[in-house]
Design a protein around this ligand. Structure first.
Ligand code: HEM
Length: 226
């Protein structure tokens, strides 16, 4: 136990845990997007899927607790890493390399902050119904929670559309760098796979951002409607 906590406290251990927690969160984001894309199949499919998830309350709360722990761990380690990097600013670092590294970490800090704000807004909006009190869970004709109707109502509002698109920009920028860098941190940087890892970040970022934005715009443009 002490060896494990010492390892996490070390810079390398911290980076490994950050990479693992980040990849766990990416996995959730991809599954969430695939689930939400069922909106194109119509209300019965999406609402049936949401009901299926809610019908397993123990699993739901285990996943929620797991997600929250991953987010907290990831943010705490990110802050610690940033502080340590600042303190250890190397004097004899090659100027160009230093500029690249600090640009990447600044981008990660800004996109990470944007993403955290988006997630907070998103939870208050579509899970807690605080932003739009009329977005509370209604029931559809089959007696399921009308998640489909909630999403349609949300993205008919141009203000909400802009906020979600900005949130996706934060998500895309963060994933673009994070996925590649996590794979490299985990020691998977074998020469043969390096091109694959470099491509993984931009590919995952693009797919997730496009998948999410397609939902938002399809509703806004009336392609998906109530
Ligand atoms: C346009 C894109 C998105 C749509 C349409 C969407 C839709 C939704 C909806 C409808 C809910 C509530 C589900 C329910 O009431 O059963 C929800 C919950 C949630 N969303 Fe999203 N979401 C999107 C993007 C994201 C992104 C990018 C993230 C994370 C980075 C995210 C994280 C979450 C989380 C953590 C929850 C709470 C899940 C729970 O209640 O257990 N969502 N989302």
């Amino acid at each position: 136990m002490t060896r494990l906590s010492n390892h996490v406290r070390s810079s390398v251990g911290g980076k490994v845990v950050m990479a693992l927690s980040g990849l766990g969160l990416v996995f959730y984001v991809v599954i969430h997007m695939l689930g939400n894309l069922q909106i194109f199949e119509g209300a019965p499919t999406l609402n049936g899927y949401a009901a299926f998830l809610r019908d397993m309350p123990i699993l739901l709360w285990i996943v929620r607790a797991g997600l929250l722990s991953l987010v907290v761990l990831h943010i705490v380690l990110a802050i610690r890493l940033t502080v340590r990097n600042r303190r250890a600013r190397p004097v004899a670092y090659a100027a160009r390399k230093y500029r690249q590294a600090s640009f990447a970490s600044r981008t990660m800090a800004v996109s990470g902050l944007l993403l955290a704000l988006f997630i907070l807004f998103h939870l208050l909006h579509l899970t807690a119904g605080v932003i739009d009190p009329l977005a509370i869970d209604r029931l559809d004709v089959e007696g399921h929670r009308d998640v489909y109707g909630k999403i349609v109502r949300a993205f008919q509002n141009p203000f909400i559309v802009v906020l979600y698109v900005v949130g996706q920009v934060g998500l895309g920028l963060h994933l673009n760098h994070a996925v590649t860098s996590s794979l490299q941190t985990l020691g998977l940087e074998y020469a043969a796979f390096n091109h694959l890892f470099k491509a993984a970040g931009p590919t995952v970022a693009l797919l997730v951002v496009l998948g999410n934005i397609v939902i938002v715009l399809a509703v806004f443009l009336g392609i998906v409607h109530g």
